[in-house]
Design a binder for this molecule. Structure first.
Ligand SMILES: *Cc1c(COP(=O)(O)O)cnc(C)c1O
Length: 369
């Protein structure tokens, strides 16, 4: 049996006629950039996250960058985030001219260790970016309190958390701004690059709409209000996302059922540390991440048996070449550094068959027997 990390072709086949029709209609309509499909998606996704407004943009990285810029963050400012995230979070901070300040993660939930944040706040700190990693939100209430006390902007990196909840509230709608990626492999994926920013604040909404489209207001073309970008969402992505958003809850539910099957099947294997759901969290299992001592051996064994795995992420950001200039050394983020040597992401996607999960469980048990 072969078990891939993901298989987007199965999903396409399942919804082929609906998606084909949406793309065909978009081409007939030829509104290729922004346009009605993007406007409709912005409306629907804002309602899904339960926020006032959603701005469709080119990808999740640009969403983060525009959110930071709209909050007036730039040279001389510091932004606190985590060392265990996809590089885009820290890239976006650097591209505004601000300086990233990294903190360690919680040993069981892998999200920002909120107790480490207070000590990292300086007179230059302007914002905090919690990353809702693997499908589970960071512990937002103490973070929001801290932000309020210190007058900081909170920008959620919700690129792995479409539909995840914190104490019943949707990820992305908890802070001042929420950023999503619709990279094809995310829980809600487009057919190319796409992303969005959500917010309750009409002023931030207006600024981001301007910035994504060369600093112009929609109703006053060529009258540049700010130095903007071309960070618009394509119409075709809006069309595909409009079809797929309807199924997101169903897919997330399926991910949870499959995760539970892993849990039941692996809980007797003492060598395997399973993912834990925080009391406050509605997890959406973007990734199913275990920890083991013999990570490389297990990965190689599973590959040989036909099971793909991946590692999110093998290098703590502060130990990569790009971020050598930051004032960190090995040992500064012990939880993150330790986890990076032990974590392993097992295959999990909504169209995965139960016997594929069972096969992975069987092979892991065999490895430890
Ligand atoms: C995917 C991802 C991003 C970036 O999204 P893109 O659409 O690929 O630019 C940012 N942060 C996290 C945590 C991600 O997983």
């Amino acid at each position: 049996m072969y078990v891939p990390m993901n298989d987007l072709k199965i999903q396409y086949k399942r919804y082929k006629s609906e998606i084909d029709n949406a793309i065909f209609d978009l081409i007939q309509d030829s509104s290729f950039i922004l346009g009605t499909s993007v406007r409709e998606f912005e409306r629907e996704f804002a309602s899904f996250v339960d926020v006032r407004t959603c701005i469709g943009v080119s990808n999740g990285t640009d969403a983060l960058k525009l959110a930071l810029l709209a909050a007036d963050i730039g040279v001389g400012d510091e932004v606190i985030t985590v060392a265990n995230t996809f590089g885009a979070t820290v890239e976006a901070i650097c591209h505004t001219g601000a300086c990233p300040v990294l903190v360690d993660i919680h040993p069981e939930y892998y999200t920002m260790d909120i107790s480490k944040v207070e000590n990292s706040i300086t007179a230059h700190t302007r914002a905090i970016i919690p990353v809702h990693l693997y499908g589970q939100t960071a512990d937002m209430d103490p973070l929001l309190d801290l932000a309020k006390q210190n007058d900081l902007v909170v920008i959620e990196d919700a690129a792995q958390a479409h539909g995840a909840t914190y104490k019943g509230q949707m990820a992305g709608g908890l802070g001042d701004l929420g950023c999503f990626s619709f990279y094809p492999g995310k829980n809600l994926g487009a057919y190319g690059d796409a992303g969005c920013v959500v917010t309750q604040d009409p002023e931030l909404d207006m600024k981001i709409r301007q910035l994504r489209n060369h600093g112009q207001n929609a109703d006053d073309k060529f009258n540049y209000q700010s130095i903007g970008f071309n960070h618009r969402m394509d119409g075709i992505q809006g069309a595909v996302l409009n079809v797929k958003l309807k199924y997101l809850n169903e897919w997330n539910h399926r991910r949870c059922i499959l995760a539970e099957r892993y849990e039941i099947g692996l809980q007797q294997v003492n060598e395997v540390q399973l993912p834990r759901e925080a009391e406050y969290a509605g997890h959406v299992y973007h990734l199913y991440v275990i920890q083991v001592d013999e990570r490389e051996e297990l990965k190689k064994f599973l590959k040989h048996e036909g099971v793909d795995t991946s590692i999110q992420y093998p290098y703590p950001l502060h130990l990569t070449t790009a971020y050598e200039f930051l004032p960190y050394q090995e040992g500064d983020m012990p939880v993150c550094e330790e986890a990076s040597k032990r974590i392993l992401s097992l295959p999990l996607f909504p169209d995965m068959e139960r016997d594929q999960i069972d096969f992975v469980i069987y092979k892991i048990r065999e490895f430890y027997r």
